[in-house]
Design a protein around this ligand. Structure first.
Ligand SMILES: *Cc1c(COP(=O)(O)O)cnc(C)c1O
Length: 411
């Protein structure tokens, strides 16, 4: 970083601070991860200089010998990981990937049946504040009292509402989905079936949970969550939707692709194809299940009856009388980063909900296993129970730094 350091002291100082923050804190936001040095290197390359509107072999500008190579590598590796017919690696991130997918196959005013947001769905699945909610009509399915998706209710709702699209996928739901049942319901009402695997793509790539690709018409994802690549998005689909998806991405929604980012996606995909990545994905889940068990033993109520994936949703208000916001602040003080989160049909507000969402992908990347997670669960409990006691929080903060130093970031 010697040029940056000389050229721009302000940005360099902020970067240095962020490097230290990441090194000395425990990242437990379920959507975050630490990329490898190879991915970082690919991001910081001259591929950022290039305009490449279009697709490999069919671009608007000249000089595409190497961009074509790198985008084709990314495409082929993604196909190998997920077994999809077609993939578009150009979406800048998860939210644009979803807009691109909706507008590829739907008309304004069409109906999408998606998961209720307080039951785990994502903002881009039709939260009233989003553009997609202004264009499409969203209706909602929910989880039952045991925390599983109520597929019979979903089927009834689909028969009544006759949506053009049924949307699966989530940001704060912790159970595996019944892909087959989604397919049967979509067939009954002749709806396009889409799934957003933004959170779980890495677990699927590592074969730690089942792959939805065979069952769904369209699969959108981010590349930076469990998949552990650069910040970005991606759309996979059946061959019959390939042209519509590509046209919708460019020129429909985006301009030039970010080629440095696509190069970094290709590098991350090569990592995801290695045998070590299978172990990584399995360990993420083992760590999450350990966290679930330990937090339960401290009297926390775990939503959805437990976890099958990389995170737990905890009702901290119902368990300890501490709000999600208070818990988030207390954990920040000990250097554990998490986020407050609504629980199903939360009676509290989104800015100060009843729950917190806690994930294990990032600390698993650092090499932490069950023994470390047990310690962490103990600290989480102690910090929440003593959230007003600065002395206790300071003592735990020191312990967190000690653990982080044992598991450094650079790989
Ligand atoms: C994170 C997420 C997104 C949005 O991704 P961004 O890269 O933040 O735009 C979309 N869908 C789901 C399910 C997500 O979890």
């Amino acid at each position: 970083m010697k040029n940056l350091k000389k050229m721009d002291k302000e940005v360099y100082a902020a970067l240095a601070g962020e490097i230290k923050r990441q090194a000395e804190g425990l990242e437990m936001i379920a959507s975050e991860n630490y990329v490898s040095t190879a991915v970082l290197e690919a991001l910081g390359t001259v591929f950022t200089n290039k305009y490449s509107e279009g697709y490999p072999g069919n671009r608007y500008y000249g000089g595409q010998e190497y961009t074509d190579i790198v985008e084709t590598i990314a495409i082929n590796r993604a196909k190998k990981i997920f077994g999809c017919d077609h993939v578009n690696v150009q979406p800048h991130s998860g939210a644009p990937a979803n807009m691109i997918a909706y507008s590829a196959v739907l008309k304004p005013g069409d109906k999408i049946l998606g998961m209720d947001l307080s039951h785990g769905g994502h903002l881009t699945h039709g939260h009233p504040v989003t553009l997609s909610a202004k264009i499409y009509k969203f209706v909602r399915y929910k989880t039952d009292t045991k925390g599983k998706i109520d597929y019979d209710a979903l089927e009834k709702l689909a028969l009544k509402e006759k949506p053009q699209m049924i949307l699966a996928g989530f940001s704060a739901y912790t159970r595996n989905l019944n892909y087959k049942r989604f397919r049967q319901i979509a067939n009954k009402v002749n709806a396009i079936l889409m799934i957003d695997i933004a959170h779980i793509a890495g677990l699927i790539a590592g074969k730690a949970i089942p792959n939805p690709v065979p069952y769904f018409d369209i699969v959108t994802t981010t590349t930076h969550k469990t998949l552990r690549g650069p910040r970005g998005g991606m759309i996979m689909c059946k061959a019959k939707y390939a042209t519509a998806i590509d046209k919708s991405a460019f020129p429909g929604f985006q301009g030039g692709p970010h080629m440095n980012n696509i190069a970094a996606k290709a590098v991350a995909f090569s990592e995801a194809l290695k045998p070590e990545f299978k172990k990584y994905a399995q360990q993420i889940i083992l760590n999450a299940k350990t966290l679930e068990k330990e937090l339960k033993s401290y009297g926390f109520k775990i939503m959805f009856g437990g976890t099958d994936n990389h995170m737990v949703l905890v009702d901290v208000f119902g368990s300890k009388g501490v709000t999600g916001k208070e818990a988030e602040i207390a954990l920040d003080k000990i250097g554990i980063t998490i986020n407050k989160n609504m629980i199903p049909d939360d009676s509290r507000s989104p800015m100060d909900p009843s729950g917190v969402r806690i994930g294990t992908p990032a600390l698993t990347t650092r090499g932490m296993k069950e023994a470390e997670v047990k310690k962490i669960a103990n600290w989480i409990n102690a910090a929440i129970e003593n959230h007003k006691d600065k002395k206790v929080l300071d003592i735990i903060r020191k312990e967190v730094i000690k653990l982080c130093k044992k598991f450094p970031l650079n790989r």
